[in-house]
Write a protein that binds this ligand. Structure first.
Ligand code: SF4
Ligand code: SF4
Length: 410
């Protein structure tokens, strides 16, 4: 089924994000996340000390290194929204320098490396996993020997985002390299490159590069937003994930194309992971663009670069419907930011059309959260709902379904 979101909210229909590419260099400040209040860390620099791009600023309790993504001066630690950050500010006139390596470029053949050696390298290189928002080594460690298929997801989470599309066109070879590293590390037997069927150029890029079809294959998926693990799994395997079961428990690892490319590039060069690519799109921006910037860049710098118009426009990170406001710094999961007018419709009564159930990526029946008689169903819906807002968006009665569902949480 193709979900196009008819009416209701002003979606960025005419976006130039695909045409425009911005490389944000020389950002004045970065805020590097150290984790929430529970996460232990040790600072390896003092306030006022200068660090190069790629310089170590802190080590988390489990040994995960935190590198600065710009050259500058450490200006302190602060807390925002329950997260701790270390702030690095560029000094006047200081230009961006290439990051310093975190380790030697990998010289061993992939086949000669053990899973432990690879995990250690991934940890040292500070690679973020865009799919989970966590550190890649943390996500992969419990999965060694338990994964059959690695699915590299080159699709974007909405029709207005071009982050993975652009990253895939820029780095098809690196993505294949990253997929091969993951296959070897996890002991998986095949990698599937998942391509949005409307992205012809991605198909062409991979078609000419795949020289080992026994190991790497391409699969196409129809456009359906949001693309979550459940919907992508269904698109590939033409069956649902077992209720309450994750794809990883079914032996399938989903990884974003950007992360696969970063894995290969960092292993090859020994350079830590210090950049991120994301899309800024929507009528609330003067300039729609795919932006590459240092990790930890404050959202206000991103919004300025995209010429955010302010006023009644609101920003939403990652989701056009259920995204949170762009505040603080870009985090491990930030892939897109949208700016549009808020949804402004007058709610009426449910007409039992079933549209909300049809679009829900979690296969829920959101209308069941509306009546007291369905109390148990409502609790179940609240427990599984990912808050994407698709149901609310298509509801012809304009019922604020997410709010109704959240009522039953806990
Ligand atoms: S907000 Fe929840 S119930 Fe509504 S479509 Fe998304 S996952 Fe389904
Ligand atoms: S989409 Fe709206 S009107 Fe239709 S069944 Fe769901 S809640 Fe009711």
């Amino acid at each position: 089924m193709v979900l196009t979101f008819p009416g209701g909210i002003s979606l960025p229909t005419n976006t130039n994000a695909l045409k425009n590419s911005l490389l944000l260099k020389d950002v004045p400040q970065v805020m590097l996340p150290l984790g929430d209040a529970e996460e232990a860390y040790t600072l390896t620099v003092c306030q006022g000390e200068e660090v190069p791009a790629g310089g170590l600023v802190a080590t988390l309790g489990d040994g995960t290194p935190i590198y600065s993504s710009i050259a500058g001066e450490v200006t302190g630690i602060f807390e925002k929204g329950g997260m701790h950050y270390v702030s690095v500010e560029r000094k006047n006139g200081q230009n961006d320098t290439p990051p310093v390596p975190a380790r030697e470029p990998e010289s061993k053949r992939l086949d000669d490396m053990t899973a432990e050696e690879l995990l250690d390298a991934i940890k040292t290189l500070g690679i973020h996993d865009l799919w989970s928002g966590d550190w890649l080594w943390r996500r992969l460690t419990p999965l060694v020997g338990k994964i059959r298929r690695v699915v590299v997801d080159t699709t974007d989470d909405s029709g207005a985002s071009f982050t993975e599309y652009r990253s895939t066109l820029r780095h098809p070879g690196e993505i294949l390299g990253g997929a091969k590293i993951l296959l070897h590390l996890l002991g998986a037997t095949k990698a599937i490159l998942l391509v949005d069927m409307s992205r012809q150029k991605v198909k062409e890029a991979f078609t000419t590069m795949i020289n080992d079809p026994a190991l790497l294959v391409m699969a196409e998926t129809q456009v359906k937003y949001p693309m979550r693990e459940e919907t992508l799994f269904e698109a590939i395997y033409v069956r649902h994930l077992k209720w309450g079961c994750t794809a990883e428990e079914d032996g399938v690892l989903f990884i974003k194309a950007q992360t696969a490319a970063q894995l290969y590039l960092s292993m090859l060069t020994g350079l830590p992971h210090t950049t991120r690519t994301l899309t800024a799109a929507g009528e609330g921006f003067g300039k729609n663009a795919v932006i590459t910037l240092p990790l930890g860049t404050p959202w206000k710098t991103v919004l300025e670069a995209a010429q955010f118009k302010g006023g009644a426009y609101r920003t939403m990170v990652n989701s056009l419907l259920g995204g949170k406001q762009a505040e603080g710094a870009i985090d491990g999961k930030a892939e897109a930011v949208y700016a549009s007018m808020p949804l402004d419709r007058k709610p009426s009564h449910c007409i039992a059309c079933g549209k909300c159930a049809e679009v829900c990526p979690m296969r829920l029946m959101p209308y069941k959260s509306l009546t007291q008689r369905s109390y148990l169903s409502a609790k179940r819906i609240a427990a599984v709902c990912i808050g994407c807002g698709c149901c609310e968006y298509v509801c012809p009665a304009a019922i604020p379904l997410r709010e109704k569902i959240t009522r039953h949480k806990g």
